[in-house]
Design a binder for this molecule. Structure first.
Ligand code: MN
Length: 305
């Protein structure tokens, strides 16, 4: 399960980053948030401060700036510690930017909806307003939602379901549009776990089994391709991964396929400078591996939207 965040963990995230952070300001934000949340606990029984700390860690992993990390630490104070803090206090202590980010996060929708369509339109509207104001608000919200999902077991079944639904309908597509793929697929996987626990467990099991049977496949394919590309002198960045549980699940469900009929279990991505190099790499890879007849799609000439 999720490991409990500490301030030391956050510091090490910040130090690992290429970005320069104002550690003093972050430390002050942490101390103040800890004071404000003193005596509050999460449903899981942990001190409340572990939540803003975890959110701040994710925000640091996303390489957002000092104000965003401070806002992540303070994101629940305006709402949960009303009698001890106001927007004015936050502005005085941490400046307008941090304060406005916290304010923006406080005003974001937190609706458990019954009527999916109507609530989702209203939430989307609020999200776009916030985005328009400061896009950082949405990225911090992704981090908040991600940590809530990672620790969703402690919540009632009803709120598990509505948080998972809202994530699937609103936050995951938005994360996809904003280009944070890692967040997007973790949001989807976690939401799926609560929306269809049996389906999730089945696919997860299949994935682990298949991956376990041929652990070296991905690394071997990568080094073969890399060797060839180096040989012909094409500068590239090579990434490999196993497709996410949700993307496999979706494919099985949408196309009514069994797990064994899913061919694109592994994904390799070669990033090059020009379109011409794209085709060169494609040619090399077709020479190395046989394509399955009828399964090849050329997204170079006809890109996805
Ligand atoms: Mn929160």
């Amino acid at each position: 399960m999720a490991q409990i965040a500490t301030f030391e963990k956050l510091l090490s995230e910040l130090e690992n980053s290429d970005k320069k952070y104002d550690l003093n300001k972050i430390k002050n934000a942490y101390e103040w948030a800890r004071t404000l949340h003193e005596g509050q606990f999460r449903k899981s029984g942990e001190p409340y401060i572990t939540h803003p700390l975890s959110v701040a860690c994710i925000v640091a992993q996303l390489e957002l700036d000092t104000d965003s990390v401070c806002a992540a630490l303070l994101h629940d104070t305006l709402e949960d510690c009303k009698d001890k803090v106001t927007l004015e206090t936050l502005t005085e202590m941490f400046g307008t930017e941090t304060a406005l980010l916290v304010d923006g996060l406080t005003k974001l929708p937190n609706v458990y909806f019954e009527d999916k369509e109507e609530a989702s339109i209203e939430n989307t509207r609020k999200l776009f307003l916030a985005m328009n104001h400061d896009i950082r608000v949405i990225f911090i919200k992704f981090a908040d939602r991600l940590h809530n999902l990672r620790t969703l077991d402690a919540k009632s079944e009803r709120s598990q379901r509505s948080i998972a639904l809202e994530t699937m309908h609103l936050y995951a597509p938005l994360a996809h549009r904003l280009g944070v793929q890692k967040i997007k697929s973790e949001l989807e996987n976690l939401a799926l776990k609560y929306l269809d626990p049996i389906g999730f467990a089945e696919v997860k099991n299949d994935v682990e089994l298949k991956y376990g049977q041929n652990k070296d496949f991905l690394e071997e394919a990568k080094s073969q391709i890399l060797g060839k590309l180096t040989e012909v002198g094409i500068k590239n960045k090579l990434e490999g991964r196993v497709k996410s549980i949700y993307s496999i699940y979706k494919k099985m469900y949408n196309q009514n396929k069994s797990f064994d009929e899913i061919y694109d279990f592994y994904a390799l991505r070669v990033i090059v400078e020009t379109e011409l190099e794209c085709y060169a790499v494609l040619g090399i890879i077709h020479e190395m591996f046989n394509s399955i007849p009828g399964r090849f799609k050329d997204y170079i000439s006809t890109p996805k939207p």
